[in-house]
Design a protein around this ligand. Structure first.
Ligand code: SF4
Ligand code: SF4
Length: 507
């Protein structure tokens, strides 16, 4: 790929629909997966000769399996309500990054081959042939969508562009046109157990180092156990928590919470990854295979409860799909899942988000904090897309918005929300989610971060905010990288449990 100079776009003084720049991002493509990466996941190594037939067959299969896909492709009335709701369009000005245009890349092909009007009068209904040019556009623009679902919040018909993106990626994989970043990571999870390819010895070493550091800092022997049979809690957290900054600060915080609660817990090397990139590529088979590691591990270790760490899309997968995928959580009725549920503690919610767990302890008065320890921080909170629009927390609606904020207010004195149109269910994506967090897409990532950076700038100017908390490993990694492009310090992003870690009193 030619060298591209990456610069942040200027802030918009009035958030208006930008002037269109057709083709601005047409040349932007993430690296293709090589033959080995593809074959490891059961996909063709390179573009198959009869790719058009294979692509249309796959589309037919998906339309048959997923009723929602056909509904989404049939029901758009081109009202335009979604056009200016995508951060990638706002940052790049490329009209094909408008959600409706992204959908139309597939809708036009659907109409051509799967509707009568499209077969007979293709031009009249916006139908077009599936050509190599179309396929290349799919690759470009379906990997410039973070599957954040913001656009669907504003669509009067609830059309979910993310599902169309996932279908597009699934078809691309089926013809041998896969993305290196996502598919290589999925292969690593199958081989080693986590996205970063960290072997058990490295994990054990890190956790021992954390125990020594926390003991030196606090004088308290907080444990960070690995593969401990008979532990009550299995913590599934993103592998970045083991090594990356600021992620590891939250891992330190989880350990302190379990210590303060007097609960035995463990991490697991075989399931040392909460992320599930199977969702990003729309593959049910990969989604399930990755999730099955959690069940196998829970059975092997005999735990009673499964808690998920700070990872946005992982929580969506756990909250929305684990029950039917692998039998963790209410709802699955296959005999294996029923037996598995009996092993887990039926008195607690399965799975539990670490924020739900910590907030429950706080509410019951089981944790004590020195809030002043966070006084050097003036904090805001970035809602991560998959938590905000793809999951819930607690027993009441909107718990996924309230619980993380309640925790922050319990452990710190200075908190300010960003503008209401940029938080909660209308939150703007960090710009790096859904399979975009790769350096070959840095230009898209920096431009896509624009609306979030504008909202952040506002609270920095008005309240002196110097810390943006979030509960997603991808958001943390993305912001660490792009904040400097907007003249912020990369250290101003961190986790909610990083704040908990700073203020918690240990016995
Ligand atoms: S990135 Fe988000 S807002 Fe943009 S098209 Fe995709 S799902 Fe919609
Ligand atoms: S808001 Fe919905 S119906 Fe309107 S153009 Fe966008 S996808 Fe189509």
């Amino acid at each position: 790929m030619a060298h591209v100079e990456v610069t942040a776009p200027p802030y918009r003084t009035i958030p208006i629909i930008p002037a269109l720049e057709p083709g601005a991002m047409a040349g932007t493509k993430s690296f293709l997966a090589n033959e080995k990466i593809q074959n490891d996941l059961g996909f063709p190594g390179t573009l198959v000769e009869n790719w058009k037939d294979v692509a249309l067959d796959k589309m037919r299969e998906l339309l048959g399996k997923q009723r929602s896909l056909q509904v989404f492709l049939d029901s758009c009335v081109h009202c335009g309500a979604c056009t200016d709701k995508c951060h990638y369009f706002l940052g790049t000005h490329d009209p094909l990054n408008m959600p409706v245009a992204r959908q139309d890349l597939m809708r036009s092909v659907y109409r051509r081959y799967f509707t009568v009007a499209g077969r007979v009068f293709p031009k009249l209904v916006g139908a077009r042939d599936l050509t190599r040019e179309t396929l290349d556009q799919w690759y470009s623009y379906y990997y410039q969508c973070s599957e954040c679902r913001r656009c669907s919040v504003f669509c009067p018909y609830g059309i979910d562009t993310a599902e169309i993106t996932m279908a597009g990626r699934e078809i691309l994989d089926a013809v041998g046109y896969g993305q290196k970043y996502t598919n290589e990571i999925i292969g690593k999870v199958h081989r080693v157990g986590n996205n970063l390819g960290l072997p058990e010895a490295a994990l054990a070493d890190t956790l021992q180092g954390l125990e020594e550091d926390v003991l030196a800092d606090t004088g308290v022997p907080v444990r960070y156990p690995l593969n401990e049979k008979g532990a009550e809690v299995l913590l599934i957290t993103p592998s970045a928590d083991f090594f990356a900054e600021p992620h590891v600060e939250s891992l330190i915080g989880y350990g302190k919470v379990f210590h303060a609660a007097g609960v035995s817990w463990t991490l697991a090397s075989f399931a040392s990854e909460a992320a599930n990139f199977g969702m990003f590529i729309g593959s049910y088979e990969q989604l399930r295979k990755i999730a099955l590691r959690i069940r196998e591990t829970a059975l092997e270790l005999g735990v009673k409860r499964i808690i998920v760490g700070e990872c946005g899309h992982a929580w969506r997968v756990a909250y929305s799909f684990w029950n039917t995928l692998v039998g963790i959580g209410a709802g699955a009725t296959d005999p294996y899942a029923v037996e598995f549920q009996k092993m887990l503690d039926p008195k607690v919610k399965q799975p539990t988000h670490i924020c739900e767990y910590t907030w429950d302890l706080i509410r019951r008065g089981a944790l004590r904090f020195d809030k002043e320890a966070n006084d050097h921080r003036i904090i805001t909170f970035h809602d991560s897309c998959n938590v905000a629009r793809g999951s819930g927390m607690g027993d009441t609606p909107y718990g996924q918005f309230e619980i993380p904020r309640n925790i922050i207010r319990s452990v710190a004195n200075h908190f300010y929300d960003m503008a209401p149109e940029t938080i909660n269910e209308r939150t703007f994506c960090c710009g790096g989610g859904g399979g975009i967090l790769t350096d070959d897409l840095l230009d898209v990532r920096v431009k896509g971060a624009l609306p979030r950076m504008e909202a952040l700038q506002q609270v920095v100017d008005e309240h002196g905010v110097n810390f943006m908390a979030t509960i997603c490993a991808i958001c943390k990694a993305q912001f660490t990288k792009v904040l400097p492009y907007y003249k912020f310090k990369m250290s101003m992003v961190g986790g909610v449990h990083q704040l908990v870690s700073t203020a918690i009193r240990l016995k």
